[in-house]
Design a protein around this ligand. Structure first.
Ligand code: URA
Length: 235
């Protein structure tokens, strides 16, 4: 955790300029962890409780919104019990503490969003918002017309019926099929289970968009900040 000088910390909290902060310290109006500090040199971290005139001041963390192209072989939670690499390893150059929004399987690649904004995560992951997610899937086999209709209408998986989805064949060589699949839910391994259900198991799966955010030209392992238009599109 970064250690910074008290006057700089106060200035970064947006409470006072650095010079004004020095005056406040000299006047004995600043406490760190309950103790009045009047000397200038001391350093603090975000764990310390800083008060001015008895009121706590906190550093407001800048909100960040990231689109990452997750390669296969990375776990999309913040920590893994088996010590496998996580998506956070791919954004280690981001200063803020971000978390993945929703999940993408270890064996799935493509678009995943990360943020430190809890409201944003809530908006994206709550089922009532029905955000559209698009996948490109390579499947074993060739689905029949009736299978595609069943896929699009709703399939019984585990204990639920999937909501309407889209299935568009992009390529087919008689043995495997490449399809663009659109769903509005995000149940555990949902696309894989839906494809299993129509007898065409997934060989390869990649997410190419979430709502208005496209993977675009991001290479595997690369990330970018969302544009303000993309962030606002989820409001
Ligand atoms: N559906 C899946 O089966 N896997 C994913 O990673 C995402 C959606």
């Amino acid at each position: 955790m970064e250690e910074i000088r008290l006057q700089k910390y106060i200035a970064e909290c947006g409470v006072a300029s650095r010079r004004k902060a020095e005056e406040l310290i000299a006047q004995g109006r600043v406490k760190v962890n309950g103790i009045t500090v009047t000397e200038m040199g001391i350093k603090v971290t975000e764990k310390d409780v800083v008060e001015i005139d008895g009121k706590p001041v906190k550093k407001e963390e800048k909100k960040v919104y990231i689109a990452l192209n997750k390669p296969v072989g990375y776990i999309s939670s913040a920590k893994d019990q088996f010590g496998r690499p996580t998506v956070l390893d791919l954004v280690s150059d981001v200063q803020e503490r971000v978390f993945p929004v929703g999940r993408l399987d270890y064996d799935t690649s493509g678009l995943i969003l990360l943020t430190n904004d809890g409201d944003f995560t809530y908006r994206l992951t709550h089922p009532k918002h029905e955000i559209m997610k698009v996948y490109e899937a390579v499947l074993n086999g060739v689905p029949k017309k009736e299978d595609i209709e069943r896929f699009e209408k709703g399939l019984k998986i585990d204990d639920y019926i999937t909501s309407p989805a889209e299935f568009e064949i992009l390529k087919c060589d008689g043995k495997t099929t490449t399809a663009k699949i659109t769903i509005h839910e995000g149940k555990n391994r949902q696309v894989r289970k839906m494809c299993d259900k129509i007898g065409c198991p997934v060989i390869k799966l990649k997410r190419i968009s979430i709502g208005e955010v496209d993977l675009g030209s991001l290479k595997e392992g690369e990330w970018r900040n969302l544009t303000s238009k993309e962030i606002e599109s989820f409001n």
